[in-house]
Design a protein around this ligand. Structure first.
Ligand code: HEC
Length: 281
């Protein structure tokens, strides 16, 4: 068989890893385990990284589903400290877990063809559209770049799926982010799904801006000056799932209000006033 024939065959039949497994990692894991961040010294953005494993060693053991740390992590309960994805991000769907299970059980191969997995669940094409977290950001990339430049904020795609929205990050200079910088996000408000604002200068005034981000799901306000009063504005966010209030002045009554919001699944409040009051004898 000539080289050309080989190439043709290879592209006609994608591997199970490329077609089914890698998209799951891209969508749920590479924001923390990719080129930019490597939590636990683990990368999941290319096959060789996946098999190389983490700080603690291999996370995928070919043919050994139960012995694979990666599988253990994705099948923990949602409130387990070790569950992946971490930080209250949505867990994998049962079909996605099944796909990873079948892949490991069949030797965790990079090349085994899709056709070798006749019983694997097929993610419905419609699912992606139905599960869009935000409008496609790509047509607005020039505007996004201009806003990033004007504010000093990093505006990065949440995953390789263009309708998964953008994450607001402050990189290494959180103190440069204040209420005025957040206000400049208004033109791209629907695109933002996560805001990592720990240790920024954001105050209650900035929360009014954040309340205008209709698709915001995840918000980290660790060690900011926000108060219970200001948080009330965020009650309007229909998709907010996870809120980090570690080491803020948010008190018990404020926290109780927050916990009653319907979409909210996880709240962190260690070292806040609410936490101190709860710990007092
Ligand atoms: C929001 C960030 C975040 C996301 C998203 C995330 N992880 Fe993690 N992951 C971490 C952090 C932080 C650690 C290190 C702390 C720990 O081990 O729990 C970690 C550790 C791990 C470990 C253990 C590494 C070791 O040292 O053995 C595995 C395995 C893992 N993640 C798999 C995944 C998988 C699979 C996904 C996607 C389904 C995922 N993670 C998504 C943050 C994340």
């Amino acid at each position: 068989m000539g080289l050309l024939a080989f190439v043709a065959t290879a592209s006609a039949e994608p591997s199970f890893y490329t077609a089914r497994v890698a998209p799951i990692f891209d969508r749920h894991c590479t924001a923390c385990h990719g080129a930019e961040k490597q939590k636990g010294k683990l990368r999941l953005d290319a096959f060789e990284h996946v098999l190389r494993g983490a700080e603690s060693g291999a996370v995928v053991k070919p043919d050994d589903v139960k012995g694979s740390e990666l599988f253990r992590r994705i099948t923990l309960k949602k409130d387990d400290d070790e569950v992946m994805p971490s930080d209250g991000k949505p867990l994998l769907a049962p079909e996605e877990i099944k796909i990873i299970e079948l892949w490991i059980a069949a030797g965790a191969s990079a090349t085994k063809p899709l056709a070798d997995f006749p019983t694997a669940p097929v993610p419905k094409a419609a699912r992606a559209a139905a599960a869009a977290l935000a409008p496609d950001w790509r047509p607005r990339s020039a505007e996004i770049a201009a806003i990033a430049k004007a504010t000093g904020l990093k505006l990065v795609p949440r995953s390789q799926v263009a309708t998964d929205g953008l994450v607001v990050r402050t990189a290494s200079a959180p103190a440069r982010c204040d209420d005025a910088a957040l206000a400049k996000l208004a033109p791209i408000a629907p695109l933002i799904v996560e805001a990592e604002l720990a240790r920024t200068k954001v105050t209650d005034a900035g929360l009014k801006t954040l309340a205008q981000l209709p698709n915001l799901r995840y918000l980290d306000l660790t060690r900011t000056a926000v108060t219970s009063e200001g948080l009330g504005a965020l009650g309007a966010l229909r998709h907010l799932e996870a809120l980090n209030l570690t080491e803020t002045a948010v008190d018990g009554p404020g926290l109780a209000k927050v916990k009653a919001w319907p979409a909210l699944k996880r709240v962190w409040s260690y070292g806040s006033k609410a936490d101190a009051a709860a710990a007092a004898p």
